[in-house]
Ligand binder design. Sequence first.
Ligand SMILES: [Ca+2]
Ligand SMILES: [Ca+2]
Ligand SMILES: [Ca+2]
Length: 302
Amino acid sequence: MSKLPRIVSCTAVCLAALVPAARADCPDCVVVAVDLDPSRPGFQTTLAVPPGTTRIEGVAIWIYDPNETAVIRSIGYVGGVNRGISFGHVPDAGNVGIVSALTGATVAPVVAGHNAFLNNGVEVMFAGPEVQYFESGAAGVIPASPSAPVMRVDIELRSAVQGDTFRFHLGDMTATWLDAGDVFAGGAFSTSGVDTLDAGGDAVPDGTDSLFGVDSDVPVPSPPAPFQVDYIDSLAGGGAVITVTAAAVPALSTWALLAMTAAMLSAGAIVIPSRADRDGLWPTDLHHSVEDVAGDNRFSLL
Ligand SMILES: [Ca+2]
Ligand SMILES: [Ca+2]
Ligand SMILES: [Ca+2]
């Protein structure tokens, strides 16, 4: 299937067209991606917020298959101790502020009709707060251009000050669990039945900083895995990063400066001598020296 017509024709949300679906290192990977900023088109993996920010709402996790060929029955290990796709925070010692909580909500399952649920990690993948995603149901194709993310996450900050940076990573906790010298490799995606766990892990290592080491969610080899998965929390590595920066002072245009000056003149805030000081003495009528004669916001020296 050609990707270009799909990209051009997607109507609901063209986010999938704007993420690195065609990245050369894994063009056919199923993608799990993070979008830190729901207010802007495309996927943002960096976000600047002002000091004192306490809540960042709507961070989205998207799952799509650029080829729209991957068929799944479930995501995550849906068992006694669930382990799924994790979005979590990795604290840095140099910060003053902290990420105090992540609160997730499911939006739309990858496959319509699937049951989806979240938890905050029965077995956690990251040192800070995290949310893990699961779904299961009948066999269905992962769409190329989903109209909604699988989940949204609100991030709670406490005492955030300028200079703080908060890192977030995506990872496959199922793959991390099954790679720990276990009986077989596996990942969060199941194609042959619920909990077959026959695909997943991160096929493109990117420095995922987990409690079990860097890039602990090794991919299920393909074959036998029917497809590979690329978890993308940033393109350069280091995760998705929220930076606390001082609020930018907007630059004033020349016209804005002129308008502001005119307003100040009109209000008498600025007084301009009405006559040249030819005799070394300032005139006495300094006030009322500038007037909007025609009432058209154009000021004349009188
Ligand atoms: Ca966005
Ligand atoms: Ca990774
Ligand atoms: Ca990756």
